[in-house]
Design a protein around this ligand. Structure first.
Ligand SMILES: Nc1nc2c(ncn2[C@@H]2O[C@H](COP(=O)(O)OP(=O)(O)OP(=O)(O)O)[C@@H](O)[C@H]2O)c(=O)[nH]1
Ligand SMILES: [Mg+2]
Length: 337
């Protein structure tokens, strides 16, 4: 059954009904609310914000985990194996599977869902493929809003899959509590350059696919990653980043990763750091939503619309500098109503 409920005119439940549905664990209402969040229509947006306000008021104890890694590192398959481990502990989980190519082809959304086949059929798991809407790595401010809805729906663990391409995991770091970085065996040379940024925000590194032919080089990779991690500044003084060898195929290391994650959260709670993290996340959400609103307001302002093209032309013909051009547009915006 599809998670995406069409927003038809025929059935349009009010905010109260949607919120009550979400809180009582009705998946269709949750899916519906997420679809509203993702919609670009102003009336949907207004409604989505009302729903979000109500959901944010609900106190929850969920934990948020970001799982990042290069394309094809084995993220989706890993999440499926980890998800089964989480369910076996008597917990529920929501997976926001970011599909980097989904804005190009809706077919790939189904592709990712099919990859999480085992989890998709379980009542303890809610899988929501999210369109990346052009954001790097697929996480967008909408992802953060979707996390809030899933928490209100009572899921114990929220997992966000994102492709590590540079900026995206920095964004995911503003909305989750723990980041697990998945690396392929033999990818030690990737430690240079861009990957360093990803290593810095990782709380734990799991080397994936350490089965079959890859099991030989896995131990070398582990030593390389451990050495690289030692060079990085600590993210938290009490937390030593570990490198764990895993295989989603054989189940190797999956339990160990989950233990590592629960240990992290125990440590965070003991120091009241989880609450602090939630406050930072809320603050970040406030400003990203505000930025989005300002941008929309700006570019839909009649004065901006009427002067934009002319200013742009002047900048392109170098008769106006980009700075003066931007200033002129700002003046058009504040020359108001
Ligand atoms: N041998 C082996 N293959 C694996 C393992 N995990 C994943 N794979 C294979 O690796 C390929 C990519 O796996 P995915 O889970 O789709 O990787 P991903 O990182 O989610 O990929 P994108 O979302 O496209 O970036 C698939 O063909 C999987 O079957 C593993 O533990 N062992
Ligand atoms: Mg994937």
């Amino acid at each position: 059954m599809s998670n995406t409920i069409p927003l038809t005119r025929r059935y349009d439940p009010d905010v109260e009904t949607v919120v009550n549905g979400i809180i009582s664990g009705n998946r269709h209402m949750l899916s519906r609310a997420i679809t509203l969040i993702e919609s670009r229509k102003p009336e949907h947006e207004r409604k989505a914000h009302e729903i979000l306000d109500r959901c944010l008021a609900k106190k929850t104890t969920s934990i948020r985990i970001g799982i990042t890694g290069s394309p094809g590192a084995g993220k989706s398959t890993f999440i499926e194996a980890l998800g089964e481990e989480i369910i076996s502990q008597g917990l529920t989980l929501a997976v926001l599977a970011i599909d980097p190519s989904s804005h190009q082809s809706r077919g790939s959304i189904l592709g990712d869902k099919a990859r999480m086949e085992k989890l998709t059929g379980k009542k303890e798991a809610f899988i929501r493929p999210t369109a990346s809407s052009g954001y790097l790595g697929g996480t967008s401010p909408k992802t953060h809003e979707t996390i809030v809805l899933c928490e209100a729906a009572g899921y114990d663990v929220i997992v966000v899959e994102t492709v590590g391409v540079g900026q995206s995991e920095v964004l995911v770091d503003t909305m989750v509590d723990f980041i697990l970085l998945l690396m392929l065996p033999g990818s030690g040379d990737e430690l240079q350059g861009i990957k360093r940024g990803i290593m810095e925000i990782a709380d734990t590194v799991a080397i994936t696919k350490t089965d079959g032919e890859q099991s030989g080089i896995a131990a070398i990779s582990r030593a390389e990653f451990e050495a690289a991690l030692r060079m990085l500044p600590a993210k938290y003084p009490f937390w030593q980043r570990e490198v764990i060898l895993t295989s989603a195929l054989t189940g190797k290391g999956i339990g160990e990763v989950w233990q590592n994650i629960t240990e992290f959260f125990t440590q965070m709670r003991q120091r009241n750091l989880l609450e602090e993290r939630r406050s930072q996340q809320l603050k970040h959400l406030l400003y990203t939503v505000l930025e989005d609103m300002l941008k929309k307001e700006f570019f839909s302002h009649p004065e901006v619309i009427s002067t934009k093209e002319n200013i742009e032309q002047q900048v392109l013909s170098t008769s106006l500098s980009p700075f003066s051009g931007a200033k002129a547009m700002m003046e058009a915006f504040t020359r108001r109503q």
